[in-house]
Design a protein around this ligand. Structure first.
Ligand code: 9Z3
Length: 360
C-alpha cells in the first residue's frame, strides 16, 4: 500500500458526504445541550470505540481500528458520577456505560438471572437476579436509573471515520455554546487513513486481478480546527495510542505543540489499563481557588502524581508529564475492581474546574 496526499479539514468536508442521520443527530444534541445549560451542568463529549474505513461504496470490506470502547464507556460513567452531563459518541455495538458490566462476551447478562418458583398455575414465573451477584447488579442498575431520571446521558453512534468526523464537528459546534464548561474527551481510536468516496469502487472488489493495491489518503488533522474554530474555550483532552512506549511522550508533546489543546493522555496498547501519562504545557502555579468555588459538590480528587504513591512528575522546558498508575487488583470476591478511568476522570474534573475558574 502507498500513501497519498492529505486533505485539509475544509476540503474534506467539501468533498465527502455527510451521513444521512446528521441533521437529526444535530437537532437532538442541540436540545440536550440546551437542557444541560438550563440545569447548569458541565457537559463532556466522550468519543469511544474504533472507526472503520470502507473499501467499497457497497461495502463488503473495511479496515478497522482497534478499540473495544472500554476507556470511553468506563470514563463516561465516572463523569456522570462526578455530576457531568455526557454526550457519548461511540462506535455502533462497542461498549456503553452501565451495560458494559454485562457485556455479552465477558459477563453475559442472562447468567445473572434466575427463574423463581414453578409458576402460579397461570403459566407465569418470576425472574430474579442471582443472589451471589445482586449487590453489584443493584449498584449498576441504581446508577443507570439515576442517570435516566436526570436525563444526563445522550448517546450517538458512528461506524465509519467519515461518520465520526462529521459528527465530531457538529457536536463540537453545538457544545461550544457552553464555552469553558464544555469538555471534549477524545478516546475513540480514529483511523489516520481513508479512501475518499471518489476513489472507491462502487461494487465489491473482485479478486480476479491477483493482489490488491490500495492508495489511501490521510485523514485531516481535525484537532486544529477543533481548537481554533469549532469550540470556543472548551477543555480538550486527546489520547495518544502507541505500541512502542518510547514514542508516547514525544508524540504527545508534538500533538500539544501542533494543535494547542489542553491535555494529551498517552497510553501504550499493552499497559493502557494500568498506566497512562498526562502531558501538558508547563504553567505558572495556580492561585488558590476563592472559597465559594472551592466548596463545589465534587470531592477533591487526587493528582496523578500522588494517586497511588506510584506516579512521578517530570518537567522539560515547556512540558510536564505525570504518570498515573494503578496497582494490579488484589484477589477479591467482588467483581468491582479498581479502574484507572476513575483516577483519569477525577484528575480531569479537577483540571477542568481550574480551567473554568482561572481562565487557563
Ligand atoms: C486511545 O488511546 C484509547 O485509550 C484506546 C482505548 C483506544 C487505547 P479501549 O477502547 O482502548 O479501552 O479498548 N484512544 C485514542 C486513539 C487515537 O486514535 N489517537 C490518535 C492518535 O494516537 C489521536 S486522536 O494519533
Amino acid at each position: 500500500m502507498h500513501q497519498s496526499t492529505s486533505f485539509s479539514a475544509e476540503s474534506y468536508f467539501a468533498t465527502q458526504s455527510a451521513p444521512p442521520s446528521l441533521a437529526q443527530d444535530i437537532a437532538d444534541v442541540q436540545a440536550f445541550v440546551a437542557r444541560q445549560a438550563a440545569a447548569n451542568r458541565n457537559v463532556v463529549l466522550v468519543t469511544s470505540g474504533g472507526t472503520t474505513v470502507p473499501l467499497e461504496l457497497n461495502v463488503v470490506r473495511f479496515l478497522d481500528n482497534f478499540s473495544a470502547g472500554t476507556r470511553g464507556a468506563t470514563s463516561a460513567e465516572y463523569f456522570l458520577k462526578a455530576g457531568y452531563a455526557v454526550i457519548f459518541m461511540h462506535r455502533q455495538f462497542s461498549l456503553q456505560p452501565f451495560s458494559r458490566h454485562y457485556s455479552h462476551s465477558t459477563n453475559p447478562f442472562l447468567d445473572f438471572l434466575a427463574v423463581e418458583g414453578e409458576g402460579d398455575g397461570d403459566g407465569t414465573v418470576g425472574i430474579t437476579a442471582d443472589k451471589r451477584t445482586d449487590a453489584d447488579l443493584l449498584a449498576v442498575l441504581t446508577a443507570y436509573k439515576g442517570v435516566q431520571m436526570a436525563g444526563s446521558l445522550h448517546t450517538l453512534t458512528f461506524v465509519t471515520v467519515n461518520d465520526y468526523l462529521w459528527l465530531l464537528r457538529a457536536v463540537s459546534q453545538e457544545l461550544s455554546l457552553l464555552r469553558r464548561r464544555a469538555m471534549y474527551y477524545l478516546a475513540a481510536a480514529v483511523s489516520d487513513f481513508f479512501l475518499p468516496r471518489q476513489k472507491m469502487s462502487e461494487h465489491k472488489i473482485q479478486s480476479g486481478k491477483g493482489s490488491l493495491h490500495i492508495e489511501m489518503d490521510q485523514v485531516p488533522k481535525v484537532l486544529k480546527p477543533m481548537v481554533e474554530e469549532w469550540t470556543r474555550d472548551g477543555f480538550i483532552v486527546s489520547f495518544k495510542l502507541e505500541t512502542d512506549d518510547r514514542l508516547l511522550i514525544p508524540k504527545a508533546r508534538a500533538a500539544l505543540e501542533r494543535y494547542g489543546h489542553q491535555v494529551v493522555i498517552g497510553n501504550d496498547l499493552h499497559t493502557r489499563k494500568m498506566q497512562v501519562v498526562f502531558v501538558e504545557r508547563k504553567r505558572k502555579p495556580l492561585p488558590p481557588l476563592p472559597p465559594e468555588e472551592n466548596a463545589g459538590p465534587l470531592p477533591p480528587p487526587k493528582s496523578p502524581a500522588d494517586a497511588h504513591g506510584a506516579g512521578e512528575e517530570t518537567e522539560s522546558m515547556t512540558f510536564v508529564e505525570s504518570w498515573l498508575r494503578i496497582t494490579p487488583p488484589a484477589a477479591t470476591t467482588s467483581t468491582q475492581v479498581k479502574e484507572i478511568e476513575e483516577d483519569i476522570v477525577a484528575e480531569l474534573v479537577r483540571r477542568h474546574a481550574a480551567w473554568i475558574v482561572h481562565d487557563r
